[in-house]
Design a protein around this ligand. Structure first.
Ligand SMILES: [Zn+2]
Length: 494
């Protein structure tokens, strides 16, 4: 029987009110001062014992419900920063302007910007558990971290360990799928390839072309990697790799693409010089590539632009040998899903992505950053020798760390996942899936500090986080917060 019986609609009222208040506080990653002050003020106002550490993490302790003081300390944790993006053409100053949250057709969404549901909705849900008299709980600690979205300094990385190790359970509220209890996440291994390159003067009669692919979906290099999303870098590079394969010399002037190391590159462009006699061959290879690219991606990608147009001849370009080397290096690195998990159905175990290239006129070395996400050792062990071998064979450097983290691994015999699933099903009547995520979570850091703590990650559905299309089905907020409250009740009465 459910311990907690409050109507989800009632919970929504409070949670959405708190969420809107946080939306009014600008909080893009790395600009944490205002939101950190807001949260520590909130904890103070409610009379909770609280801490604000040197990086801005805010921690507060909520006394147990009377009679439940002996229950294990339980943490509710979420991050306070957000990836703040605005629609093209919208006048929006992310450092000063509030996010305007609207409720429409059963969804919470923002007007023309990302919403920051990832992850202020998690904090608002923790606030509900902290203040509501309807929630029965043991000693409760709320941890609001800074800079989860790749910022520096990282909140989880700098948190004093005792805040976590003193607890028996940690519930991270940063997952984006309703009715899901996440129990494992993956780690990240980086492979930076580099070589010095030489430019020489172009000669009259040569022609320059810009090959450009833009408007692809891109997306998260972990959770979106198995969705047949195209890598713009690989597609543009394919054309040049075909030139190498057919022994047609070309001279690379620039090659740029991608938006972040953690995203599938939605765009790429290269300016390449060819001898006049080879102009036709380049165009032919381009058309051939475009045709088969469309065939592969016509179900998943739409509205992209793939062009090859003549541009003014630059003064210099890479030698033919260095151009071929750069292109062969990109061609040699496989991207996409690498292995599939046998433990969690439908989840990618390891994947590889080339996130970004920036090679501009005047750059003296060509750098390529390759990243692997993995939740198991073997794939990354193979990747280590694979990438070291590619580097050695091609005469380029690749200085990667032999030490790697496979992220957060489910503990054998952990009770918390099953307890949450039961609490969830009792309260909502919906089935809860226990699974892993092919992405990073702060839980990976916390799980390394304590042998004993049990950790899960949950949350309402967040559609298209980090984008202007971000929205949350309101129904999933109250139901998830209620399931957490029901779980806290079970822990309190253990
Ligand atoms: Zn998040």
């Amino acid at each position: 029987m459910a311990v907690f019986k409050v109507d989800p609609e009632v919970i929504n009222g409070y949670v959405i009110e708190q969420f809107k208040k946080m939306a009014a506080v600008p909080r893009p990653t790395n600009y944490m001062e205002k939101i950190s002050a807001y949260l520590s003020g909130w904890a103070k106002e409610h009379g909770f014992e609280h801490w604000q550490d040197k990086v801005g993490n805010v921690i507060f302790d909520v006394p147990a419900t009377k009679g439940c003081e002996g229950a294990p300390l339980t943490i509710l944790q979420a991050h306070m920063d957000m990836v703040c993006v605005a629609e093209e053409g919208k006048a929006f100053d992310k450092f000063n302007d509030p996010i305007s949250v609207i409720q429409k057709d059963g969804f919470l969404t923002a007007e023309g910007t990302s919403m920051g549901g990832d992850d202020a909705i998690g904090i608002a849900m923790a606030m509900y558990a902290a203040v509501s008299d309807d929630v029965t709980h043991g000693p409760l600690r709320v941890i609001c971290t800074v800079n989860e979205e790749g910022g520096d300094p990282s909140g989880a990385g700098n948190l004093e360990h005792r805040f976590v190790t003193e607890a028996g359970y940690l519930i991270n509220i940063d997952s984006e799928d309703y009715a899901t209890c996440t129990v494992a996440a993956c780690g990240f291994a980086a492979y930076p390839f580099s070589f010095k390159c030489t430019r020489e003067a172009t000669v009259s009669g040569q022609r320059a072309y810009k090959i450009e692919l833009s408007g692809l979906l891109g997306g998260h290099s972990g959770v979106d990697i198995a969705k047949n999303r195209a890598s713009a870098i690989k597609a543009v590079n394919y054309i040049l790799a075909q030139m190498t394969h057919k022994k047609i010399p070309f001279y690379l002037n620039s090659f740029n693409g991608g938006v972040s190391m953690a995203a599938i590159p939605p765009n790429a462009s290269a300016v390449v010089v060819v001898d006049e006699a080879n102009e036709g061959a380049l165009k032919e290879i381009f058309e051939f590539t475009k045709k088969y690219f469309a065939k592969q991606f016509d179900r998943t990608e739409a509205g992209y632009i793939f062009t090859c147009n003549e541009v003014p001849l630059p003064e210099k370009a890479l030698t033919a040998a260095d151009s071929a080397k750069a292109v062969s290096l990109i061609a040699a690195v496989r991207v996409g899903v690498n292995t599939i998990s046998q433990r969690y159905a439908g989840i990618t175990e390891s994947s590889i992505n080339i996130g970004q290239i920036a090679f501009n006129e005047g750059d003296e070395s060509f750098n390529l950053f390759v990243a692997m996400r993995t939740s198991s050792e073997w794939p990354v062990m193979l990747a280590n020798v694979e990438f070291a071998s590619i580097a050695a064979a091609m005469g380029v450097s690749c200085e990667f760390r032999e030490q790697f983290s496979i992220g957060w691994v489910e503990k054998e015999g952990a009770k918390l996942p099953g307890m949450y699933a039961e609490a969830f099903e009792e309260y909502t009547g919906d089935k809860c899936v226990i699974t892993a995520v092919h992405g990073g979570l702060e839980c990976a850091a916390f799980s390394q500090w304590s042998e004993d703590i049990e950790i899960i990650s949950v949350g309402p559905t967040v559609v298209s986080p980090h984008s202007t299309g971000e929205r949350i089905p309101i129904e999933t907020i109250g139901k998830t917060a209620g399931a957490i409250a029901n779980l806290l009740g079970k822990i309190a009465l253990m």
